[in-house]
Write a protein that binds this ligand. Sequence first.
Ligand SMILES: *[C@@H]1O[C@H](CO)[C@@H](O)[C@H](O)[C@H]1NC(C)=O
Ligand SMILES: *[C@@H]1O[C@H](CO)[C@@H](O)[C@H](O)[C@H]1NC(C)=O
Ligand SMILES: *[C@@H]1O[C@H](CO)[C@@H](O)[C@H](O)[C@H]1NC(C)=O
Ligand SMILES: *[C@@H]1O[C@H](CO)[C@@H](O)[C@H](O)[C@H]1NC(C)=O
Ligand SMILES: *[C@@H]1O[C@H](CO)[C@@H](O)[C@H](O)[C@H]1NC(C)=O
Ligand SMILES: *[C@@H]1O[C@H](CO)[C@@H](O)[C@H](O)[C@H]1NC(C)=O
Length: 603
Amino acid sequence: MHLLMLLLLLLLLGPCLSYLPRQNMENEQLVDNLSKTLQMILRQTCWAYNMSIFISTSYKDQLPLNEQRLVESVLTRSFIPVVPWVLDKQLNEQLGLRTQMLLFFVQNANQLITACDRNPRMNKAHKYKFLVIMIAAQDDSAWQHSQMSQIFAYFLHYRYNVHALLLLAQLEAGTVSAFTYYPYSGLGICGSTQALPVLLHQGRIEQTYPRKLQNLNGCPLHVIVWQILPYMRLHMERTQPNDRISGIDAEILKLLANKLNFSLVLVVNEPAHLIGGSSFMNGTMTGAFYMLQQRQANLTLGFAACMAARYKYLSSTLPYSQVEYVLVMRKARPYSVYEVMLLPFDSHVWLLILVLTTLRLMCWESGWRRVPLLNLTWNLLIFLLRISYESSIFMFVHNAPSRPLPHSLEQALAQDYHFITDHVTYRMTTLLPALRARTRILPGQPVDMFEQLLSQPEHHRVAIISNLNFVVDYLARRGEDPHRFVIASNKIIENMICVHFPKGSYLTSNFNHMLFLMRSSGIGQHINNRLKSSHLATTLITRLNPLQHSSDNVAQFNESMRLIYAALNCLMFAQSVTLAIFILELCSRRVRNRWLSRILERL
Ligand SMILES: *[C@@H]1O[C@H](CO)[C@@H](O)[C@H](O)[C@H]1NC(C)=O
Ligand SMILES: *[C@@H]1O[C@H](CO)[C@@H](O)[C@H](O)[C@H]1NC(C)=O
Ligand SMILES: *[C@@H]1O[C@H](CO)[C@@H](O)[C@H](O)[C@H]1NC(C)=O
Ligand SMILES: *[C@@H]1O[C@H](CO)[C@@H](O)[C@H](O)[C@H]1NC(C)=O
Ligand SMILES: *[C@@H]1O[C@H](CO)[C@@H](O)[C@H](O)[C@H]1NC(C)=O
Ligand SMILES: *[C@@H]1O[C@H](CO)[C@@H](O)[C@H](O)[C@H]1NC(C)=O
């Protein structure tokens, strides 16, 4: 559909351009030079990379008549049918995303800003390449440079775009020269918008739009940081910016600074104690995210979750790390001796025994005591009960189990657990209303929650929602026994962490690329492993719920049970023999079976 529209425009545009009145212009020289340069760029940059061009027609309002003619003859001559063009004052949204280059003909900085402002950013991820052709009527070099510098300043500060190429067309001299700006060249001040000449050579993309952000040449970037252990630890009293932060994300930040060659200027979150900040879909933000919205800093890195609102109102990289949240509980309480004594039978068995005892007492009283069959049955039953009771106790003592703990969130909810979290983690529970309803927020850092958990009354069923790095950090710092905590094996939620920038920042894709390289080479994981004592983590993971018997225990248990079953079988055999003889005796008492009683008597 859109392609069709482009083609249609192309078809309409073709005849239009060729029927333009040909002018005998005194500045034929300039038209010639300019259309050659433009054609070269169109061929080598646009056609080679399948770029579509938008040509702003604002020049019709802005330029004097003879310069308008000049522009039109330049366009007629440099027109290449294979490059799709759109000619308009304002780029509509659907074509906007399919257009890669914006071309403007202006006389000075003000005209460019007016024409550009009509074409707002399509979205922050879509960065146009700007091609500005400045037709300079004045031959004053200082004036030209100040205009160009103003244009570049507009691109740097308002459009957040470093892909700008300016062709300076000198009306009198008839020459064309190309300029761009290098905000981080390391030659002058950082953020410089000074116009520097470009050698176009063949006009390929690496010559027209050179990469400018690969090396930030030691320029300072303002990074908002806050304390969140063990990801970011602040030591603001130290003098060197690199010593002022430590932790998993701090290492990642330092590595980025090293790779992209920028220096760190740490900005403390406002208010200072706030962990990150919040962001809502209506655009309301607090803390670090508000500061980014106000462009008070260049980026923030430090356990900041990727969120829809942040993607919408700020610029974010893709996730560079992934954090799993799990339930952390206190070690299960063991059973008391009395519970062990009662435990082998559950309440139904105890009830059955009670009923049977009553029944037997009743039988006894009502004079049935002399019925040997009942007596025998009763004795057998008692024997069976004793065997099973003893074997259960044996199994219990052998395996020393403790109360079962939940494995998953569903089990925890079913067992009526309550949860505690800090306010940062609480945000993760938005998607789980059942969890949220039972969660209490306590003040402090995520790592402080373990202290809170240990201080809860012993019999309360409480768990915290936390991640392994928090647990390991707490245990390592406190030197606590890792066996005090048990981690439910099923994760509850997963959290992605991103680096955030002010909306539309040109640094985003650069950082994204570097983080991707770091992630794919496993550096993040390496930092993670180096900082947390990884053996501690593995002991924690492998030691989950103690009620799970190891296969070894099961084998031992089966062996013991086989012995008991063997004893039982022998006894049952003996009892059946006795029973058979008894029945035979009973039958022989009958008159008809005299032959039987004779046999028995002989026996
Ligand atoms: C341009 O498009 C053509 C055809 O669609 C494709 O073969 C070519 O690889 C593209 N070139 C670039 C640089 O994307
Ligand atoms: C423009 O044309 C003139 C005369 O042909 C030439 O001297 C000059 O170098 C050209 N300038 C550019 C930038 O091509
Ligand atoms: C990083 O920037 C500094 C300061 O401009 C410069 O001296 C150094 O050569 C740069 N390092 C690299 C690897 O480019
Ligand atoms: C945005 O939403 C949040 C929470 O839903 C609310 O507290 C805040 O007042 C809203 N802001 C505006 C400007 O509506
Ligand atoms: C970085 O932040 C400082 C202070 O807010 C600002 O002056 C500068 O222009 C920003 N640089 C970038 C690349 O955003
Ligand atoms: C019932 O069995 C007990 C032994 O458990 C025995 O002492 C008692 O005499 C028996 N009663 C009858 C009536 O067989």
